[in-house]
Design a protein. Structure first.
Length: 136
């Protein structure tokens, strides 16, 4: 018998939700992370703020993605992406799945080709005020 896995809850700021919904809708046909992000946005609980330890835009996150350890990656809007500088777009599959997760949570999903992907959040740091203001 197959065990049913709980889908992690998603909590995000209302202003991020609006901007992300427009971004994901516009990018739906050109990036594989956009449909994942749209699904996540559809089940999100909106709040004026998010609790510490929940991945939001500009959070610094350490996570494991398909067996690879990713340390101190900042989740950013697409135009701020720079993987070499540790800035991961929310429109990538990993970026979309990170949004709204907390340390210790894990999620699995199948991509469009049917391949299984797994992501586990190890640590989340809130964005610094100066960095958040520069990226907003």
């Amino acid at each position: 018998m197959r065990k049913h896995r709980r889908i992690p809850s998603v909590m995000m700021r209302s202003d991020d939700h609006e901007r992300l919904a427009a971004l994901a809708a516009a990018a739906r046909a050109r990036t594989p992370g956009a449909p994942l992000l749209l699904k996540k946005l559809a089940r999100a609980t909106l709040a004026p703020t998010t609790p510490d330890g929940v991945v939001r835009m500009n959070s610094v996150v350490s996570f494991e993605y398909n067996g690879l350890s990713c340390r101190d990656m900042t989740l950013v809007f697409d135009e701020d992406t720079d993987v070499l500088a540790g800035r991961l777009s929310v429109l990538t599959p990993a970026g979309a799945m990170l949004l709204g997760m907390a340390a210790g949570e894990a999620v699995e999903w199948r991509d469009e080709a049917g391949r299984l992907s797994r992501l586990k959040v190890e640590h989340v740091s809130a964005p610094g005020r100066a960095e958040a203001e520069n990226l907003a």
